[in-house]
Design a protein around this ligand. Structure first.
Ligand SMILES: [Zn+2]
Length: 96
């Protein structure tokens, strides 16, 4: 059995669209995944069974400006936390 959280796709879109404006000290996959995970923990999940429905739900989300702004606010918040505490190898202090 498998279900898909459509918000994962929506948030991933927002991150890739705005990653240059999020002031992240590092935009490697690890850091972006941290932002994604942290955002998703603060966004109500929307599960679908069939990914074929995802295009429709994405379109609804993209048309919903208030919803999109709310997600961007959460992404920016998560990026702030990840940016202050990057956990990837790029940002680790070599002397530690
Ligand atoms: Zn990184």
């Amino acid at each position: 059995m498998k279900v898909h959280n459509i918000m994962e796709v929506v948030v991933r879109d927002v991150i890739s669209k705005y990653k240059d404006e999020l002031n992240l000290p590092c935009t490697c996959e690890h850091c972006l995944n941290d932002v994604l995970a942290m955002t998703l923990n603060n966004v109500k999940p929307q599960y679908v069974v069939d990914e074929a429905n995802s295009a429709y739900i994405r379109a609804v989300h993209e048309a919903d400006r208030q919803g999109a702004t709310a997600i961007l606010t959460k992404v920016a918040w998560a990026a702030g936390i990840v940016g202050r505490n990057p956990r990837c190898d790029n940002m680790k202090n070599p002397s530690e």
